[in-house]
Every structure is written in C-alpha cells, then in structure tokens.
Ligand binder design. Structure first.
Ligand code: IPM
Ligand code: MN
Length: 347
C-alpha cells in the first residue's frame, strides 16, 4: 500500500493534481498496487485564509502518516510582503521543515518535442536547504542598499554531492558517450563559498572512482547546457544556481510543462512540478499536466514501485510520440483533461 499526501496548491495546481491522481489510479489498478490519497491544504491560498501556508501538524503528518507527498505548484502574485518577497512560501517550509536536501530535476527530451539537441537526458541535483536561499527572510534592505548572505556547510555540501554520485550510479539514463559522470557547477574562480563547494565535491568524488568527476563554472554550464547538453549525466550545484539552471534546462526540452522535480530528504520526500502555478490560465483546461504526472513517476520510483513508474513513463512517451499531447507555446494544443486521458489510454 502506498499512502500519498496530496497538496493541490494554487492556480493550475488542482487540475494538474486531478490529472496525476487519475493516471496514478489507473496505472495502480493495472499493477494491483493499492494507493491511498490523503489531502492537505497548502500554498498561497491557504496562507491567505489562515496566515500559514500549511495546516498545523502537516509536516508531522507528512513524515509519520504518509509514504510521500505529491504537491501541485503553489504561489499567487498578490501574496507579497512589503519588502517585495513572497509571503508564506510553502517551498521554504517544506524544504527546510522536512530537510529535503536534494532537489532532483531530471531534464529529458520527450519524443516529438523540439529540443536544442537531438538527445537530452540528464539530472540536475540542486542543493535544497542552504546556499543563497538560507538567507530567505533574513536579508537586510534599506533605502540605499540591500544584502543577502550565502552559506555553505560541509555537512550540507557533502550530503548533496554524495546524493549526486549515488544518482549517477543508479539512474537508468546515460549521456551520449555512455560515461557516468557528475558535473560540479560552481563559481569557484570568484567566490570562496563556491571554492569550498568544489573542494568538498572533489573529496567526495574520490570515493566514487567508477564515476567521472567533471567541473564547470556556472556561466560555462549555462552555455553548455544549451549548446552541448548531450554530454551531461548528473549535475550538482548550489540552491540558487540550481534554481536558474533547471529553468534553463527546461527551455531546451520544450518548456517547464514537461519538467518534474523530487525533493528528497533522509526521512521523507515530496514531488512537484518544477514550474509555478500559472494563475493566468488556471481553471481553463489549458495547463500541461506532464510535469505533474512525471512527478508522480518520480514518487513511485523513489518508493521502489518501478514497474508502475515505467508503465506511466512509457504511456507519457507514447502520447508524445503520437502527437496526442502537443506543446503550443508552453500549453498543450489539447487541454489538460485530454492530455491525462491520452496517458491513461496508453497505460
Ligand atoms: C522552484 C521555485 C521556487 C524556488 C519558488 C517558487 C520559491 O522557483 O521550486 O524552483 O525558487 O525554489
Ligand atoms: Mn524555480
């Protein structure tokens, strides 16, 4: 039995989550897998109603009563503090509250989708609990200046780098040349914190002689992820850099609508699209549910239900190959419900 806590989120979140639940239910039934869905409110809407982005005790319930969390996109543009930052950000509460230190963002070109290269299949591992984001809520700002502080700790860097090497060993995909590698993305030529990140990376890399240790400065990584993405296998980087590069990677494979993410911690994990809640198109049956469905696939893989995960992945790929889900400026030519039905048909 798999117990999944569902946080539907804001904007297009509920309709994406409906699609993901529909696909999960259908696939689980075919495989004789029992899935129980629970529901927890969360996001900017919840914050507006209650002053908190999650209900009391939700983090404990996620840890103790569920196997994993499936979350829709969250955030609303009007939910801002006077300093301009987002108020009640669920991501911060979940990532730090559950200590999900690895944000895993696979970037993979689906059949029939025009990408910037013929074959794109790599995993970006974004450090998820420190780096520049640790400054969230504690930066300073006045009329004339503002500052945020970036922090890297040995424990924080070591665990995420180790996670990246383990991912390179285990993952199914491989780069075009077949060499398993982890690329450390940093700005160690300019910033001490990133030089520290690279040194810790090199120390951990020595424990994985079977995986090639590779390095790129952040700017060169941005270039190569567009110009020569086929060489990448697993990348590991700091939180803020990872935030940018995962959107950049998404743009090379047809946009954010196909990009899932896993937030993995030692005790618990949650799964969500890599994109935002797109309130402008909410409730119009226009959002592409692929990112949410593939997030559910990551959840199943994480819990060891690889046969059901593969079944859904194959169905998504076949729906793309047949042109049943087509991207049209970031939204599918066919609607959300039709896209989910196309996947269910092909399970
Ligand atoms: C992401 C998002 C979040 C982030 C936002 C919504 C706070 O962009 O998950 O990439 O910056 O981490
Ligand atoms: Mn982002």
């Amino acid at each position: 039995m798999v117990r999944i806590a569902c946080v539907d989120g804001d904007g297009i979140g509920p309709e994406l989550m409906d699609s993901a639940r529909e696909v999960l239910r259908a696939a689980a039934e075919l495989d004789g897998l029992e899935i129980v869905f629970g529901s927890e409110p969360g996001g900017a809407g919840t914050y507006l109603e209650t002053g908190e982005p999650l209900a009391p005790g939700a983090l404990e319930r996620f840890r103790d009563e569920y196997d994993a969390v499936l979350k829709g996109p969250v955030g609303l543009p009007e939910v801002r503090k006077p300093d301009g930052t987002e108020a009640g950000v669920l991501g911060g509460v979940l990532r730090n509250g559950l200590d999900t230190y690895a944000n895993v963002r696979p970037v993979r070109l689906l059949p029939g989708v025009p990408g910037t290269a013929e074959r794109i299949d790599y995993v970006l591992v974004r450090e998820n609990t420190e780096g520049l984001y640790l400054s969230r809520g504690s930066g300073v700002r006045n009329e004339r200046a503002a500052s945020d502080q970036l922090l890297m700790t040995r424990v924080g860097v070591e665990r995420v780098v180790r996670f990246a090497f383990e991912t390179a060993r285990e993952r199914a995909g491989a780069p075009a040349d077949g060499v398993r590698r982890v690329t450390c993305v940093d700005k160690s030529n300019v910033l001490r914190s990133f030089a520290f990140f690279r040194d810790v990376f090199d120390e951990v890399a020595a424990e994985y002689p079977d995986v090639e240790a590779d390095h790129r400065y952040t700017d060169a990584a941005a270039h190569d992820l567009v110009a020569d993405p086929g060489r990448f296998d697993v990348l590991v980087t700091e939180n803020f850099v990872g935030d940018m590069l995962s959107d950049l990677g998404a743009a090379t494979v047809g946009g954010l609508g196909t990009c899932p993410a896993a937030n993995i911690g030692a005790g618990t994990a949650y799964f969500e699209p890599a994109h935002g809640s797109a309130p402008a198109i909410a409730g119009q049956d226009r959002a592409n549910p692929t990112s949410q469905v593939l997030s559910a696939v990551l959840l199943l893989e994480h819990l060891g239900h690889s046969a059901t995960a593969k079944r859904i992945t194959a169905a998504v790929e076949s729906a793309y190959a047949d042109g049943a889900i087509r991207l049209d400026g970031g939204s599918p030519e066919r609607g959300t419900e039709a896209a989910a039905a196309a996947v269910v048909d092909r399970l």
